[in-house]
Design a protein around this ligand. Structure first.
Ligand SMILES: NC(=O)c1ccc[n+]([C@@H]2O[C@H](COP(=O)([O-])OP(=O)(O)OC[C@H]3O[C@@H](n4cnc5c(N)ncnc54)[C@H](OP(=O)(O)O)[C@@H]3O)[C@@H](O)[C@H]2O)c1
Length: 316
């Protein structure tokens, strides 16, 4: 079998993990973005994000899609860090699933931190020795907005802790996890849930999906957790819902924009727990991405359809 050349815009840390997984293919490091031509024989491009947080996407090159490759693998699940014109070229696959367990654990950590009042119960002086009332999460209801790779990782973990899980998704595909109830719409999901985790992509359809109307239907005291994309939330509507008590807490690992400008109310609001898009940063995501890439590489070599292909018209 000829040695297949994969041009990778990822850092050495990723490339060495990829190299361990792809057997006969050769990983050739190239600079990110459009800065340099690719090796002439490269058939595959592993693309780093085309913009940094807070940055802008590059315009389409004057002569259109610039590279003579047959497949582009993205390093992220969301496609919002890549320009639309990137999808006018060869088939593009996303990193779908590579961080699903990391994100599921992060969502559960947010739920437990709220119920068990972490970190507030940890004391550093005798004067604070006063037991605090805590909440149980067993028997409560978790609502999932989106039921893709993250939903599939999170639902059974939540069920194992005794939570009831309900979900919505865009398509009419069934929910594959036994025991997860599909609900008809977002308002019903918010009305029935004690915790809601956003696990859907940023698309034109999901921009500010969580706005006044949906939040008005929320079960009083609901905890909203966003590990997907900040654009899904209408921030003003969320602040109103936090202030009037319909939402008791918002745990936000993603915001729009990123980073939030200095002085944004989310930094100081007593009911907001803000983290800097950090849920994905666990070592397994590199290995998972490399494993899934290697599986797709085998399909690519044999001419079989690739998994995790991005459909730009759908937005994920
Ligand atoms: N924080 C991070 O670093 C990080 C890491 C990974 C992912 N993410 C974000 O999380 C998103 C989800 O990740 P994933 O791996 O679960 O993606 P996925 O496997 O592609 O699943 C996306 C899910 O969202 C659903 N969906 C799409 N539009 C919707 C809508 N309007 N209303 C309700 N559900 C909708 C889809 O429904 P159908 O299946 O029915 O089409 C699908 O179930 C990604 O797109 C990305 O933006 C963030």
């Amino acid at each position: 079998m000829s040695r297949l050349i994969v041009a990778s815009q990822l850092p050495d840390l990723f490339n060495s993990v990829f190299a361990q997984h792809v057997g006969d293919a050769e990983i050739v490091a190239v600079p990110p973005g459009l800065a340099a031509p690719l090796p002439a024989q490269a058939k595959v491009l592993v693309a780093a994000p085309f913009r940094k947080a807070g940055g802008v996407l590059p315009p389409e090159p004057p002569k259109g899609w610039p590279y003579d490759v047959q497949w582009v693998q993205l390093v992220s699940v969301g496609i919002d860090f890549y320009p639309d014109w990137l999808f006018d070229g060869p088939v593009v696959t996303s990193a779908r699933g590579s961080s699903a367990v990391a994100l599921a654990e992060f969502a559960l950590a947010a739920i437990l931190a709220d119920a068990k009042r972490l970190p507030d119960i940890w004391i550093d002086k005798a004067a604070r020795w006063a037991p605090q009332p805590l909440k149980l999460i067993a028997g409560t209801t978790l609502g999932l907005v989106g039921f893709g790779a993250i939903g599939e990782a999170l639902a059974p973990r939540a069920q194992a802790l005794g939570l009831n899980v309900i979900a919505t998704r865009r398509s009419d595909k069934p929910i594959p996890t036994p025991g997860v109830e599909r609900v008809a719409d977002l308002k019903t999901l918010f009305a029935r849930s004690d915790h809601v985790v956003l696990a859907a992509p940023a698309t034109p359809e999901t921009q500010r999906l969580i706005g006044r109307e949906v939040l008005a239907a929320a079960k009083p005291g609901l905890h909203l957790i966003n590990i997907a994309r900040g654009a899904l939330i209408d921030d003003e509507a969320l602040l109103e819902a936090l202030d009037d008590g319909r939402v008791s807490r918002a745990s936000l690992d993603v915001t729009h924009p990123e980073p939030l400008t200095e002085g944004h109310p989310f930094y100081s609001h007593p009911k907001v727990r803000l983290s800097p898009h950090t849920s994905v940063h666990t070592p397994d995501t590199r290995i998972n991405l490399a494993t899934r890439f290697a599986e797709n590489l085998a399909r690519f070599r044999s001419g079989a359809p690739l998994a995790d292909v991005v459909d730009l018209s759908r937005g994920y």
